[in-house]
Design a protein around this ligand. Structure first.
Ligand code: NA7
Length: 545
């Protein structure tokens, strides 16, 4: 390609989901030229790809919204307590239209390689569609759950029926009506989809490796109390969310389980169960529920009691009861009729811990003790989370040609979850090492984007061309990350939080467990202390940025 056919911009963004759209909005207003490169043919990111039946956000609509423009907030009204995938996709489309963002998005354009040019101090991007891009700053707005994990089951390719993957559900929907369907997996996607699939299928067999904790969503109109609080003081509500632990404005519980009687604990639990809100269940019961095995075991048993009450067949109920991990250490789920679905005559559960899958065959699924002929297999087997979204997309070569996949061979290394030593002018939104998936993503995304764009503005004002985390700062952040996770129960579960769901992936709690508010104050402090932990270069006139 000739030099004239290279697209030159200040900032290139990968992804046009929740993060990519807000980045474009902020970058443009800050006077940067920017382009977003999006593999899909429309905006939406996670909400574009996850079209499976029942796909919804587990954070209430009062909280899962952009907050950067009060006029946008006033212009959009959510119809339910928890929004469906189509409504969130419509919202993101509405945002793209309102700020005319589509003109800076190149759709159906995957980035195929990214290389830092040390001489030019620019990133060079090859794309799978159209001109390559040269940019000074490169921002990954690639989401955390974007790269579906291969099924890792022998014989998947020989199956003669239809195969669907929840994270790549076809636009036109799936043919399930009156058919024999297998769902493999019982994570959040499966738990949302199973009740609706069961209504359509002639027969549904669910293959469960690890049972999950799920609470009823009690979906309906937006929560009147929270909606009223938001309406009364929108700015205050949003600000409180930014400084909260999970990105939802709820003060943490202060009483410990052992300070409460059995009756008081039950009362609190029943209230949380009736609220149908994960953040309430995770943070409002008692102070030791999330950090202490004993405090946690009390919650876990109360949930198991509920499962046994709903599911009529005692053996199925017991198979659905999670014992292997603390409540909250694996991402818990919100459901609508999930457990009751197992009371339907057309639904069976296969417990893979007792009867593991041997292979997928031309006609269905073969386990150690049986075989199940089906017309459709739905893989709800999850994602190569957090790092997959960055690494699986394309090779990224930083200073000295070092590959990000090599730099992260032992697990993801970042400074603040936002930057990587050896990769100048590269930023990650909700990267590993940030609270991201342990928070309300809407709040985290806005914070990361604001922090990144504010830094770019400051660099420009001070005349610097590059910014790069030092190895020392990165090592310190990784140490802090480990110290924080040692104080939680997340390390005790085999989950996508720790990389355990992908064979061969290095293990370690990837998100920052210290909370959204504390993390925000650290990010602010880094900026306020002359960009502590960063090396800046260029003809800069002042150290302050
Ligand atoms: P998850 O939560 O990773 O769930 C995937 C499920 O698939 C889980 O039950 C896995 O069992 C199961 N799985 C994965 N691979 C296999 C194989 N090879 N055989 C049998 N079962 C398997 O992904 P989701 O898409 O449901 O949810 C991801 C997040 O999106 C969710 O947490 C929310 O934050 C939104 P395992 O537990 O690994 O034994």
């Amino acid at each position: 390609a000739g030099a004239s056919s290279i697209q030159q911009v200040d900032v290139a963004v990968v992804g046009a989901g929740f993060a990519g759209l807000y980045l474009l909005y902020r970058l443009r207003r800050a006077g940067f030229s920017a382009v977003a490169l999006e593999a899909a043919d429309d905006v939406g990111g996670t909400w574009y790809w996850n079209r499976y039946p029942g796909a919804r956000c587990d954070i209430a609509t009062t909280d899962y919204s952009y907050s950067f423009d009060p006029e946008l907030e006033a212009a959009w009204e959510w119809s339910e307590k928890y929004a469906t995938q189509p409504e969130i996709l419509a919202y993101l489309g509405f945002v793209a239209e309102r700020y005319d963002l589509r003109r800076d998005i190149r759709f159906s354009t995957p980035v195929t390689a990214a290389r830092w040019d040390e001489g030019e101090e620019r990133w060079h991007l090859s794309t799978g569609n159209g001109d390559p891009v040269s940019c000074r700053f490169y921002v990954m707005a690639t989401g955390c759950l974007s790269a579906p994990k291969p099924p890792e089951i022998a014989g998947s390719e020989v199956f003669r029926g239809d195969v669907y993957v929840t994270g790549r559900w076809p636009r036109e929907g799936a043919a399930l009506q009156g058919r024999r369907v297998a769902v493999i997996g019982t994570g959040s996607s499966a738990i949302q989809a199973i009740p609706l699939i069961a209504e359509q299928a002639a027969h549904l067999t669910v293959f469960q490796r690890t049972p999950n904790f799920a609470l009823p969503a009690h979906n309906g109109p937006p929560l009147p109390e929270r909606a009223a609080r938001l309406a009364a003081d929108r700015a205050g509500f949003r600000e409180e969310a930014r400084w909260s632990m999970g990105g939802v404005p709820l003060p943490p519980a202060t009483e410990f389980s052992w300070q409460l009687t059995d009756g008081e604990r039950r009362e609190r639990f029943e209230k949380a169960w009736a609220a149908g809100d994960l953040i309430v269940a995770l943070t409002q019961l008692w102070a030791d529920a999330g950090v202490d095995a004993d405090g946690n075991a009390l919650v876990a048993e109360l949930i198991r009691e509920k499962i046994r009450t709903v599911v009529k067949d005692p053996a199925t109920a017991e198979a659905l009861c999670p014992y292997d991990h603390p409540f909250g250490a694996k991402r818990p789920c919100l459901d609508t009729g999930y457990y009751a679905t197992y009371n339907r005559p057309n639904v069976d559960l296969v417990d893979l811990r007792r009867d593991p899958i041997k292979a997928i065959t031309a006609s269905g699924v073969e386990t150690a003790n049986g075989s199940y002929d089906v017309d459709v297999i739905v893989f709800a087997t999850g994602f190569d989370a957090m790092t997959g979204a960055v690494l699986a997309l394309h090779p990224i070569a930083g200073r000295g040609g070092i590959a990000l996949s090599d730099a992260w061979a032992g697990g993801p290394q970042t400074y603040l979850g936002l930057t990587v030593a050896g990769f100048p002018n590269l930023f990650l939104v909700t990267g590993p090492g940030s609270p991201s998936v342990l928070s309300n993503m809407a709040v985290s995304i806005e914070q990361h984007v604001d922090w990144i764009v504010d830094r770019l503005v400051a660099l420009r004002e001070a005349g610097f061309a590059t910014i790069e985390a030092t190895q020392t700062a990165q090592a310190g952040w990784m140490r802090h990350l480990q110290d924080c996770s040692a104080m939680t129960l997340h390390r005790l579960a085999n989950t996508w939080y720790t990389g355990a769901n992908v064979p061969g992936k290095p293990r370690g709690v990837m998100p920052y467990t210290g909370g959204v508010g504390p993390y925000r104050s650290i990010c602010n402090e880094v900026a306020g202390r002359d960009m502590l932990g960063f090396r800046l270069s260029g003809p800069g006139v002042a150290p302050q940025c």
